[in-house]
Design a protein around this ligand. Structure first.
Ligand SMILES: [Zn+2]
Length: 258
């Protein structure tokens, strides 16, 4: 996030109205930019001053009554004339056409609503892991250290592969909680980018192809393979993340613990 964006978002940030990812981006920027940090301090002081200044005044009783009366009167709306109804029907039909068109354009990527919710959860898990130094519970590039670490902590055994020779070194693993259950999170690096690879037993047995989506500037790819659900998430560009996913898919065999 740059200075312009940060300062534009500051009032909403102060009111606690920005989403998690934007809030993290703003906090990161404030840590490194003295000018924006000063703007933040000024606005915060102003907010505190306004709140504490006794500027709030309850409306006089007569005014309250008048407002309530006019709201009640506005509630008694006259029925819509027949001509108007047809006009609204036209508007509705036009909106339906736009919706169908938009659906046609957006058909390249189709995912059910449950995946949208899960995508948000996965992204939150990724962002959380980058904050507060909680990237890994077990830090190691050796899959022989990371894989046994999960034993006894999960009711399945995740596939753990180091992909260092292909440019994606494994740096560690941790437990996370997604879709209402504990899941395995493997952490990979590619240049300066962190990739979280989440996996857990799939609710359905059939394999699904990798589906990519973009959420708040991050890329997410998810698929089902050999009874496991996988989600890869990173700020890496989508082509490189897809390359990573193909490597993982090549390594992932049947993984369910007996
Ligand atoms: Zn700045």
């Amino acid at each position: 996030m740059n200075c312009h964006e940060t300062q534009r978002w500051l009032p909403a940030y102060l009111d606690g109205e920005v989403d998690l990812v934007s809030a993290v981006a703003i906090e990161e920027h404030l840590k490194t930019c003295a000018r924006c940090a000063q703007a933040y301090t000024n606005q915060q002081a102003l907010q505190t001053a306004i709140r504490g200044s006794g500027l709030y005044q309850p409306a006089p009783m007569a005014l309250q009554k008048r407002i309530q009366m006019s709201v009640r009167q506005a509630g008694n709306v006259a029925p819509i004339p027949r001509m108007m109804r047809w006009r609204w029907f036209g508007v509705a039909a036009a909106l339906a056409c736009v919706a169908i068109l938009a659906w046609g354009l957006g058909r390249a990527w189709v995912a059910p609503a449950a995946d949208d919710r899960l995508a948000t959860e996965v992204l939150a898990g990724h962002v959380r892991s980058l904050m507060a130094d909680h990237l890994a519970d077990v830090e190691s590039s050796a899959r022989h250290t990371v894989k046994p670490w999960f034993a006894g902590k999960l009711d399945f055994s995740p596939t753990v592969e180091d992909l260092a020779s292909q440019g994606f070194p494994l740096t560690g693993g941790r437990l996370d909680y997604l879709d209402g259950r504990p899941v395995a999170a493997l952490v990979y690096q590619h240049q300066r980018h962190t990739i979280n690879l989440f996996s857990w037993p799939a609710p359905q047995a059939n394999d699904t192809a990798a589906a990519a989506e973009e959420l708040q500037g991050y890329h997410l790819i998810h698929w089902t393979q050999a009874g496991m659900t996988y989600w890869a998430v990173s700020d890496l560009n989508v082509d490189e993340l897809q390359g990573f996913v193909q490597l993982v898919q090549r390594q992932s065999g049947p993984t369910l613990a007996p």
